[in-house]
Ligand binder design. Structure first.
Ligand SMILES: Nc1nc2c(ncn2[C@@H]2O[C@H](COP(=O)(O)OP(=O)(O)OP(=O)(O)O)[C@@H](O)[C@H]2O)c(=O)[nH]1
Ligand SMILES: [Mg+2]
Length: 331
């Protein structure tokens, strides 16, 4: 008997394939939690596209979130982030951990980097049920994380992955995003990228929990390592106790130490109740959505209003700050 007072259960309408169309969201979440691969793929796609069923899916997943460790890998193009993520997956699988992977805006032709999925395919990890990989475009998010990426993190968290590895190219916005969203932030650099390590954008150093000089087999690696160690010890804005490690992602050298360092930082972070990390991700999503809303409001339909406010600013009647407040307050 269905209770007429209850709304009908949410169902998937625009499933990616005919198989999932009509599936109740609660069934999907049960299967997701059981680690069923097709359910994970469906949930991820629904959330990535923010389909009609996505809000119900997000709501149903909420009680199951906050258990995965989210590890962000960021750094300049071509530093070896994908190769390193791949090596970390291999290590994590070796010790029995299930790993979800999200690559945002994977690989530019300039960097010589391969798309993360390709790299993982090369090592056959994609045949492994303990690994799930999804690449996402960063779309208008300037190399940063899109809100879609954060929703996909939630899906992988609900799917009970132990680790969620997130690869983004280190640009201004992605640093901030990674800092907000990841529990452990790994900043990857390498010798011979053109940029002097010391000149590495300070934003990158500041968010790091762990610093890695990859391509340890290349000339200049040792020097880069020492430059980075001294940069960390000199800069007032950088925590002085962060580990600075050398890896060779292609051979796996140093990956065990990196994995241990990720574990140590993760243990500290995970000592906080899951609610704190979930709240941090939710706060980030709200702030991004609010910023998007304001940008959209300014872009469409506010031309006249902006002009009028500009005139008032020019006349000395109000400050630009006042004008901004008036613009935001506008319904
Ligand atoms: N010699 C050497 N080459 C490496 C190492 N790690 C990665 N590479 C090579 O560096 C190139 C770029 O590696 P990727 O892992 O795709 O780099 P990425 O940082 O993910 O690149 P983007 O995603 O495009 O920013 C590839 O040709 C890799 O094989 C390493 O430890 N040593
Ligand atoms: Mg890459």
């Amino acid at each position: 008997m269905t209770d007429p007072a209850q709304p009908p259960p949410a169902r998937l309408v625009h499933g990616p394939g005919p198989h999932e169309s009509g599936t109740p969201v609660s069934d999907l979440v049960d299967r997701l939690r059981g680690g069923e691969r097709r359910a994970i793929a469906t949930a991820v796609t629904e959330l990535e596209r923010m389909s009609a069923a996505a809000p119900a899916l997000l709501a149903a997943m909420q009680p199951h979130l906050g258990h995965a460790r989210v590890v962000g890998f960021t750094g300049p193009p071509g530093a070896g982030k994908s190769t390193l993520v791949n090596a970390v997956i291999a290590h994590a699988r070796g010790v029995g951990r299930r790993v979800g992977v999200i690559a945002v805006d994977p690989s530019s032709p300039v960097s010589g980097g391969a798309i993360l999925g390709d790299r993982i395919r090369m090592t056959a990890a994609l045949d492994d049920d303990g690994v799930f990989v999804r690449s996402l475009a960063s779309r208008g998010y300037l190399g940063g994380l899109s809100p879609a990426a954060v929703r996909v993190i939630d899906a992988l968290d609900a799917a009970a992955f132990d680790l969620i590895l997130l690869e983004t190219v280190g640009t201004g916005q992605s640093e901030i995003d990674i800092a907000e969203v990841a529990d452990v932030r790994v900043v990857v650099s390498a010798p011979g990228l053109g940029d002097d390590i010391q000149a590495m954008k300070s934003g990158l150093l500041e968010i790091a929990d762990i610093l890695v000089v990859n391509k340890g087999d290349r000339p200049g690696a040792e020097q880069a390592l020492h430059q980075l160690i001294s940069a960390v010890s000199i800069r007032a804005t950088v925590r002085h106790d962060i580990p600075v490690l050398k890896t060779t992602a292609t051979s796996g050298d140093g990956v065990e130490r990196l994995y241990a360092a990720i574990g140590a930082v993760g243990d500290r972070v995970m000592a906080d109740p899951p609610m704190i990390r979930r709240r941090r991700r939710a706060r980030y999503l709200i702030a991004r959505a609010a910023a998007d809303l304001v940008a959209k409001r300014i872009k469409d339909g506010q031309g006249k209003r902006l002009e009028a406010l500009s005139d008032q600013v020019l006349a000395g009647a109000i400050t630009p700050g006042d004008a901004a407040k008036m613009l935001i307050a506008e319904p």
